[in-house]
Design a protein around this ligand. Sequence first.
Ligand SMILES: *Cc1c(COP(=O)(O)O)cnc(C)c1O
Length: 395
Amino acid sequence: MPVPLLDVNAQNLPLEPELQAAFTQVLHHGRFIMGPELETFEKEIAAMTGAKHALSVSSGTDALLLALMALDIKAGDEVLCPAFTFFATAGAVSRLGAIPVFTDVCPVCFNMDVNDARKKITVKTKVIMPVHLFGQCADMDPILALAKEHGLKVIEDTAQSIGAQYKGRQAGTMSEFGTYSFFPSKNLGGFGDGGMLVTNDDNLAEYARVLRVHGGKPKYYHHYVGGNFRMDTLQCALLSVKVKRYAQYTADRQRNAAHYIAELSKLPGVVQADPAHCKCVNTQDTWLAAQGAKIVLPVSYAHNSHIWNQFTLRVLDGKRDSLRDHLVAKKIGCDIYYPVTLDQQQCFANLPAASLSGCDVSHRVANEVLSIPIYGELTEAQRNEVIAAIAEWLA
Ligand SMILES: *Cc1c(COP(=O)(O)O)cnc(C)c1O
């Protein structure tokens, strides 16, 4: 039985009558830009995340760009962001002429290594941009403390983690700005591009709101140069249908992750990452070798509520591509997020050397990671198929 990495139809098609009704409603009132469903959807996201302000935007990427613009990030400013993340995090920084400075990541949770971030702060640093990768929050308390100590702003790239929690706080709401994405493969997946910018700060919200419409307020009177960062009314209307089910979608992913962890850890050579080894690659290596580990399972820190956008294995000893080829041959969807770290991207080759230094853990995990199907509608039979294929590879 083939198992896809993601099956958007399994989640969307059962909602077809409701989605069609939402489409019909927007078609008939005709307010395709900034229509009433846009405000409704923003209120739903604000209610769900507890953010004071939620601004719908054209994509998760544009949410990052808008957040940086609203913090007046300019050419020459430095922004700390992890080397191991999706490209958009650093791309948004570069588009403003600012300089991404890459930090290493933790080999256990794959998120920003705060100690490395501390080493890379300079007089030009303006923003720390942690990413809540794969559905789990970065260690925000030390990041926020570091920012406070140096007078820096924080933007949480929460594209993969809407609804995740850190010590009971909602991902994206712990700093100046949080950014969400509704790209179809995210946990709240839309029907095209879309995103959301959230903040608890009234002034920043107002500034971002004006920048979202070319910096014009009132219309045609421009104090600032903004852009067109609007999300379509139609997209908002369709996503409102899904947002009501979001808690269930998350619970389904968490059930799948729990099943994988319970069953895969029974296999010889499979161990779960140990939160005690966060940031300590050397200790971790000794421990993994002592366990005879071939595959390391992801873990949710006790203080986090993980929403499992990805279920990402680390395959040790240079065997990752071998496992991938085996799964592909068995028609089991899997993918590498991300094969090339940002400090190693061609487009950043001309950044100052200090931007590109000291990302060893990132390089290592980029060679080890493999994500397997975790979407909520995966059946038990499909999960077992994935587990059996991994067992076969290990044997
Ligand atoms: C998906 C993603 C983005 C960009 O979101 P889009 O809506 O696709 O523009 C940014 N950062 C991270 C970490 C992402 O996973």
